[in-house]
Design a protein around this ligand. Structure first.
Ligand SMILES: Cc1cc2nc3c(=O)[nH]c(=O)nc-3n(C[C@H](O)[C@H](O)[C@H](O)COP(=O)(O)OP(=O)(O)OC[C@H]3O[C@@H](n4cnc5c(N)ncnc54)[C@H](O)[C@@H]3O)c2cc1C
Length: 471
């Protein structure tokens, strides 16, 4: 009798799971599933306690869903990846596993772990799948077989590939005839946890699919007009589901095209598709430039910028106490919910790096420590874009003005007032520069004065980047 083991990692779903579907193709095989928690490894990469809670919820939902198919989900804990390989090896031995199925992870340590696993499991047939992407890394390349460095030509080539043929979605497995045995009891991760709001982040595969359907039916058409305004419900909020693999990008693509059939031709829905392709771009890029996983900038000279090391200033940014309302409201949204609107991620990242001149890696780490959707490729890509250290990044002399960004994207201050109730007495548009209003009215606000003068900070940053470029 053959025994198939599916090793779940960031692919916590039954539908359109390439490894799971392949493991279940042989109806005679016994199928078991496994998840190995690696808390020390997570700690090293600043995994957010909210993401841990989200992961735990999904693991338990996955266990229930798999049990209905007669597939037990076994749970093991190992300190780090080296220990995880040993755990996997002894489990394969114990259950006489003949075939291992898993979906690739493209981060450097994860990739190295998988290479080591295939070397160690000499008696087991191992099969990996490109499951967390629409198109596998290496399949969208320049004419010279190089990875694209600029997004737009990558996107154009990507869309041409999709027009030639869409990647299929595979079905969830049907109920297995052989009962694969006992699952582990309810899963509890030994990692700090912080509650997440299930209204913001669907805590089950079924709810995630419902959210996706609803977004594509009701909101995708208006996405282009609404996506930049944090006070509106303009985006899908599906990032955490995509990060943990509760949804696949292929499901997103197919659902979008079912509701917006012109999206591939640049019609309604194309702007949301664009964002899904940004996600792919950063993943493909990471496989060709693994140094990105080691906190290295894409543009070498930017590593010579002399950053300021000021713990107090960094903490003021982290806590949302910089005196710039749009920045502070955004940071409070992050700290309270574990999520931040994309426009705000760009604003606060620009502010940390180009107003406070603090190393972008501090921001990257802090985001990971708070985000439910923390994802190395997207987070690193976003930070390097904002800091002008990345490929196809904003040029270094492009520096957002935090006051005008607030005026433009939260004109009436609805978002700011929600997160900064201490500014409620500041009327109308004065909200975006409360220090000026307080001075004029001779009022004492319980809100800090700006931590830096934007005009001066901008000049200092330009000088620091230019000095680095010349060395
Ligand atoms: C500094 C910075 C850090 C970021 N860190 C992360 C992160 O850790 N994890 C993460 O998933 N996204 C990250 N992003 C990208 C983006 O902000 C979020 O994906 C988005 O805000 C999630 O909200 P949504 O699901 O409503 O997105 P929607 O606007 O509905 O977009 C749909 C999906 O496309 C993907 N996507 C959208 N924008 C981007 C983008 N710019 N880059 C890559 N993928 C994108 C996400 O998977 C998202 O769920 C970061 C962006 C910046 C500027």
């Amino acid at each position: 009798m053959t025994t198939h083991l599916v090793w779940f990692r960031t692919d916590l779903r039954l539908h359109d799971n390439l490894a799971l579907a392949a493991a279940c193709r042989d109806s005679k095989a016994s199928v078991i599933a496994l998840f190995i928690a690696t808390p020390q490894q997570w700690q090293k990469h600043q995994m957010a306690p909210r993401q841990a809670a989200y992961l735990q919820a999904h693991l338990n939902a996955l266990q229930t869903n798999l049990a209905e198919k007669n597939i037990p989900l076994l749970f093991r804990e190992a300190t780090d990846f080296t220990a995880a390989i040993e755990t996997l090896k002894s489990l394969c031995h114990e259950h006489q596993v003949t075939h291992l199925f898993y979906n690739y992870q493209y981060e450097l340590n994860e990739h190295q772990r998988d290479v080591a696993v295939e070397k160690v499991l000499t008696d087991v047939v191992c099969q990996g799948f490109d499951d967390s992407v629409m198109l596998p890394p290496g399949s969208v390349m320049t004419g010279n077989q190089q990875m694209y460095k600029v997004f737009t030509p990558f996107k154009n080539a990507f869309i041409r590939r999709l027009q030639e043929g869409l990647p299929e979605c595979v079905r969830a497995p049907s109920v297995r005839q052989h009962d694969g045995g006992e699952a582990s009891s309810a899963i509890t991760l030994s990692y700090p946890q912080q509650a997440f709001d299930p209204n913001l982040f669907p805590a089950d595969e079924k709810n995630a699919l419902t959210r996706l359907r609803h977004f594509c039916q009701q909101q995708a058409a208006e996405y282009e007009d609404k996506r930049d305004f944090p006070a509106l419900e303009g985006t899908s909020r599906l990032s955490a589901c995509l990060t943990l693999g509760v949804l696949s990008p292929r499901q997103c693509l197919h659902r979008l095209l079912a509701e917006c059939p012109q999206a591939l031709e640049g019609g309604v829905g194309a702007v949301w598709l664009n964002e899904l392709i940004w996600r792919e771009f950063y993943r493909h890029l990471m496989t060709y430039h693994p140094e990105l996983c080691r906190y290295k900038p894409f543009i070498g000279w930017t590593d010579k910028v002399t950053w300021k090391r000021d713990k107090q200033v960094l903490e003021a940014w982290q806590q949302g106490k910089t005196g710039y309302p749009i920045v502070d409201a955004a940071m409070r949204q992050l700290n309270t919910t574990g999520w931040m609107h994309n426009r705000l991620r760009m604003i606060v990242a620009s502010f940390l790096v180009k107003d406070l001149l603090i190393d972008w890696r501090e921001g990257e780490r802090y985001f990971m420590s708070q985000l439910v959707d923390g994802d190395l490729a997207a987070n690193n890509g976003g930070w390097q874009w904002a800091a002008s250290t990345g490929t196809d990044a904003a040029p270094y002399f492009r520096i957002f003005n935090p006051t005008t960004q607030g005026e433009k994207f939260d004109k009436d201050g609805e978002f700011i007032r929600h997160w900064l109730p201490e500014l409620n007495e500041v009327p109308g548009k004065a909200l975006h520069a409360p220090w000026a209003w307080a001075e004029k009215e001779n009022v004492e606000l319980e809100y800090p004065r700006p931590i830096v003068d934007h005009k001066q900070a901008r000049l200092d940053t330009l000088a620091a980047y230019e000095a680095a470029r010349k060395t």
